[in-house]
Design a protein around this ligand. Structure first.
Ligand code: FAD
Length: 390
């Protein structure tokens, strides 16, 4: 490891490795510091992505894919099942391999990656932030960089150290619990989503097949709901009923910031990406590909800033993020707030009415139109959340 780099990236998740790869491809010298022993471990993720989003950022390697998903089933509290045509498909990834490979691709592009490096602060002098300090094998070390990237996930501290407001309101912090099960009887090309107060209040429960009789089964509920009953308890209750003979191979818990993007993505020479920047889709809680898209945009802006020796180039990143995804995420956040207020019987009623539609009309848009037609009060709810009233 050298003493000085153009860029130090804190965290080797999908966002950190992608940003490192793009910055290195543009000629910057890049160091990635990861606190864990292994890149991509432990996996705290349902691992589901859409093919279209992933293809935008990386050539997909078949080794990353545990299952290809062609169907999505939405199950209402009363047990009505709607299978909308999403007009695309998805994957359940094998993130142990995926995250590893993203780091490998960053190295191939010229970045250096080091594990077991716990970053514990920013360094500074009279000119501003000069790099990071970190612990490695019990030693206190530091490295200088012209740009520091916070890709340190949901518990990010880089932003806070730089004085950026990264707080997430409790209602927007999804608390999640997930088990990877074996011996489950499922269709390998179908994801299931369960809704309702008994299953996942202010959230949803997912069943994502991984092939070979395995599945990621998890629940994500708003922090407001988890004050009354923890996500893990909802999950155990569901698994005992639905998969009584399953083996539990992994149990994980974690948070997902289902909020709008942080207000400051770039402050001086500090850049935030991925979960650290709240680049998660607030409606679904999916953050792999949206964080990678943010990371790609940031990596390219960083590359330009270094090549032209002009840090003002970094400002291209927030503007491009806003255009590509940021504005959409604000809309999804407002929609999520409306859906959180749906009573169970509204979910059931919508499902029953969607099932009356011709199969070709059962799209996500069809579900949405049916919801508004049969529950005019929801229009009012939407009007409120879209800020047109109240
Ligand atoms: C239970 C659960 C299920 C989920 N399911 C899905 C899903 O199905 N699909 C989807 O798209 N998203 C899902 N998500 C969200 C998804 O996992 C995240 O959005 C995604 O991992 C974010 O990538 P990232 O690179 O920003 O952060 P991370 O993947 O969290 O990576 C951050 C990295 O930074 C490292 N780090 C942190 N602090 C330091 C430090 N001080 N020094 C050095 N390194 C540090 C960490 O060890 C980690 O490797 C789920 C999340 C949870 C909790």
């Amino acid at each position: 490891m050298k003493n000085t780099y153009d860029v130090v990236v804190v965290g080797a998740g999908p966002a950190g490795s992608t940003c490192a790869r793009y910055a290195a491809m543009h000629g910057a010298s890049v160091l990635v510091l990861e606190k864990d022993r292994d890149v991509g471990m432990p996996v705290r993720c349902g691992e589901a992505v859409s093919n279209r989003s992933l293809e935008k950022i990386v050539n997909i390697d078949p080794r990353w894919i545990a299952a290809t998903i062609k169907n999505f089933r939405l199950i209402s509290p009363g047990g009505h099942t709607v299978q909308p045509d999403l007009g695309g498909y998805g994957y359940v990834l094998e993130r142990r391999i995926f995250d590893y490979d993203l780091a490998r691709l960053a190295v191939e592009a010229g970045a250096e990656v080091h594990t077991k490096c716990y970053v514990d602060g920013l360094t500074s002098d009279s000119s501003g932030w000069t790099g990071v300090s970190f612990q490695w094998k019990g030693e206190n070390r530091s490295v200088q960089a012209r740009i520091v990237v916070g890709a340190d996930g949901v518990e990010s501290r880089v932003g806070k150290w730089a004085g950026i407001d990264t707080t997430t309101h409790l209602r927007d912090m999804e608390t999640c619990a997930q088990m990877t099960l074996s011996n489950v009887d499922l269709e390998d090309d179908t994801c299931e989503f369960y809704f309702g107060n008994d299953v996942a209040p202010m959230g949803y429960l997912w069943v994502f097949p991984k092939g070979n009789g395995m599945a990621n089964v998890g629940v994500g509920i708003s922090g407001m709901a988890s004050k009354k009953k923890a996500a893990i308890n909802y999950l155990q209750q569901f698994i005992e009923k639905r998969f009584p003979d399953a083996g539990v191979l992994t149990t994980v818990a974690g948070g997902v910031p289902c909020a709008v993007t942080v207000g400051t993505l770039v402050k001086d020479n500090i850049v935030l990406i991925g979960d650290a920047a709240h680049q998660v889709n607030p409606m679904t809680g999916g953050g792999i590909t949206s964080g990678m898209i943010g990371a790609k945009i940031a990596g390219e802006a960083i590359g330009r800033a270094i090549a032209e020796n002009d840090l003002s180039q970094l400002q291209g990143y927030p503007a491009a993020w806003e255009k590509e995804i940021g504005a959409k995420h604000r809309t999804y956040h407002r929609m999520k707030s409306a859906v959180h207020n749906f009573p169970d019987d509204a979910f059931d009623d919508i499902a029953v009415n969607v099932l009356k539609l011709k199969p070709e009309k059962r799209t996500i848009w069809g579900v949405f139109k049916t919801a508004l037609r049969h529950h005019p009060s929801l229009v009012w709810e939407m009007v409120k959340v879209f800020g047109l009233k109240g």
